[in-house]
Ligand binder design. Structure first.
Ligand SMILES: [Zn+2]
Length: 593
């Protein structure tokens, strides 16, 4: 039995690769995919039937409570609108119409032309608000099409509409960027900043080298070409692809990316990505040292766990079958007991049918949370699997939902976004009344093992990227790249010397390396953040929840270090921080410090 669990743990370390991606100016769908390891069947062959208890009666909401559920048109990205409530309807009533991109482009083009010579900032702003409304509505339709398609992949209408929107979105982004550049170069620039955009807003668009450096642009174009080649190679819906061809794409991509960074005088592509792509407030040196600390402090826990008897006790929860009603009741009860904005978010979600956790072969696998701007509403999609992981998956996405609800869809970076979801997984298990103490303790351990797994795999992947991009061009060969991967897998403890060859090219399955280079380290940073919240809760009941409310109430300009310290929490890059997380993980898993 222990061997089975050890094996599953090892497999899930290697399959738990795909996680959230966030890209684009307007934060788009943020996806979490959980490893879909099949639970071993009960050795006795019997699967206990789950009886489905009645839902928890929701107390009648008082009118005062209801006010917390009103969404304001000017609450989020449309902050230029009046203080008027959004006309809310349930998800099924939200109308999809194909966005009128012709009208959208016409509105942008007219404004781009005016921006060059008009100093009438008030008139420019009025037109800008109208154009930006269209921009957000475009993404609202894109999101609704995506959701309807995800909820029923056999519906060809929404599949086509979603494809259509996705194909159009780069053009929409380009219009917005062109407009900002035109406004930055126009005579009304200062007035526009004073009246609406804020001081310094247009600096990003000032002869910004990224947009004007010809050498950079030429390499950037090459990168996009290789990227579309990669997408074609991996487009097969059954997931199979030519590993050698994908490896070749990756190597060419790394070479081109290094030249992009060089064209802008960055010391490395990593430094370029940290600064330009992600706008991080930590340096590549800090990132690298953080990864090394994970290797020395966190990785040994894996072996301690596998050689302890702690996994034996988890077999019961690992193999339990769970109904959707039980999952729903678990999160509802937790939200109710946590209260405040968390319970408001839950009630809002239920009132307008903004979640779907039903298990359905027609639905997309996995789970995600997204945001519909026209309704200022988050939405959660989970395709339940029927096992214990549904509890944490729904709690995770509900954490994103709560943040989306409270912060009106503001989504700065993954380091902050994933703090809400990962911490909610833990808090929900502590606060629910629907599980027995034994179930809570078992599920909490499994959740901590998940965190441990995220920490280790993502750190290994981040290390892989760091090392590959440091190789001189002549050493960038398939053998060398595979060699780097095998070494980090061994260093980070999830593959041993004997089996490393088998996994040598496994990295070609990790989408992030191609689509969002140097992104994965963010998962390690958010894991550390979330563990801080969990630790506070275990030290003193209520302290973790208080911290959760403090991080919810965040400054949208803040990056991860300030995000944490503003809330009175520790900087994730503090000296000895990773060791504190390691101690907490050991304590939770019943391992000796
Ligand atoms: Zn997530």
């Amino acid at each position: 039995m222990k061997r089975i669990l050890a094996l599953i743990l090892a497999i899930s370390l290697l399959t738990g690769l795909s996680a959230c991606t966030m890209q684009g100016t307007v934060p788009k769908t943020e996806t979490t995919q959980y490893p879909t390891t099949t639970a071993p069947t009960d050795p006795t062959g019997t699967v206990p039937a789950t009886d489905e208890p009645d839902p928890i009666p929701t107390e009648t909401d008082s009118p005062a409570d209801d006010e917390a559920l009103i969404r304001w048109q000017n609450g989020g990205f449309r902050d230029y609108r009046d203080d008027v409530p959004v006309d809310m309807v349930a998800f099924a009533e939200m109308e999809y119409v194909r966005p009128d991109t012709e009208a959208l482009y016409a509105a942008f083009d007219a404004l781009i032309e005016d921006a060059g010579d008009s100093d009438d900032f008030e008139a420019l702003l009025t037109d800008y608000y109208a154009a930006y409304d269209r921009y957000l509505s475009f993404y609202s339709m894109d999101t609704i099409a995506n959701l309807r398609h995800s909820l029923d992949t056999t519906d060809s209408y929404y599949a086509e509409e979603y494809d259509w929107c996705e194909a159009e979105s780069p053009n929409v982004e380009e219009k917005l960027e062109t407009l900002y550049k035109a406004l930055a170069a126009g005579p009304a620039r200062t007035d526009l900043e004073t009246a609406y955009f804020g001081e310094g807003f247009f600096e990003t668009y000032d002869d910004y080298e990224v947009y004007t450096n010809e050498t950079f642009l030429a390499f950037s174009k090459q990168e996009k070409e290789i990227l579309s080649e990669y997408r074609e190679l991996t487009a097969d819906p059954d997931g199979s692809f030519d590993t050698d061809a994908v490896t070749d794409c990756f190597i060419r991509m790394v070479k081109v990316r290094k030249q992009m960074a060089e064209a802008l005088d960055y010391d490395s592509y990593a430094a370029y990505a940290y600064d330009v792509t992600y706008g991080r407030d930590y340096t590549t040196e800090e990132g690298s040292a953080f990864l090394d600390e994970i290797r020395t402090e966190i990785v040994p826990i894996l072996n301690e766990l596998l050689s302890s008897d702690q996994l034996y006790g988890l077999y019961g929860v690992y193999t339990m079958r769970v109904s959707e009603q039980e999952v729903d009741r678990m999160v509802q009860s937790a939200a109710q007991n946590i209260g405040g904005a968390v319970y408001d978010a839950f009630r809002f979600m239920k009132r307008y049918d903004l979640c779907d956790i039903h298990q359905d072969a027609k639905k997309l696998d996995g789970s995600f949370e997204t945001y519909i701007y026209d309704y200022e509403s988050p939405f959660v999609m989970v395709n339940a699997t029927g096992d214990y992981s549904d509890y944490t998956t729904f709690a995770h996405e509900f954490g994103h939902f709560t943040d989306g609800f409270y912060n009106y869809g503001a989504n700065e970076d993954l380091e902050t976004a994933e703090t809400f979801s990962q911490a909610m997984e833990f808090l929900a298990l502590q606060y629910t009344d629907t599980l027995s103490d034994e179930q809570k303790s078992g599920l909490t351990k499994l959740q901590i093992i998940d965190q441990l797994q995220a920490f280790i795999t993502q750190a290994a992947f981040a290390k892989f990227e760091e090392e590959v991009y440091q190789l001189p061009d002549e050493e960038l060969t398939p053998e060398r790249v595979n060699g780097v991967f095998m070494q980090v897998c061994v260093d980070y403890g999830f593959v041993d010397e004997a089996e490393k060859e088998y996994y040598a090219s496994y990295w070609t399955n990790v989408l992030h390396f191609f689509e969002v280079p140097f992104y994965v380290i963010a998962y390690c940073v958010s894991a550390d953040n979330a563990l801080q919240v969990c630790r506070l809760e275990t030290e003193h009941t209520g302290d973790g929840v208080d911290a959760y409310f403090r991080i919810l109430d965040r400054d949208h300009e803040a990056r991860v270090q300030q995000f944490m310290t503003d809330a009175g929490l520790e900087n994730p890059f503090r000296e000895g921080g990773v060791r504190e997380s390691a101690d907490f993980i050991r304590e939770q898993l019943g391992l000796k410090p």
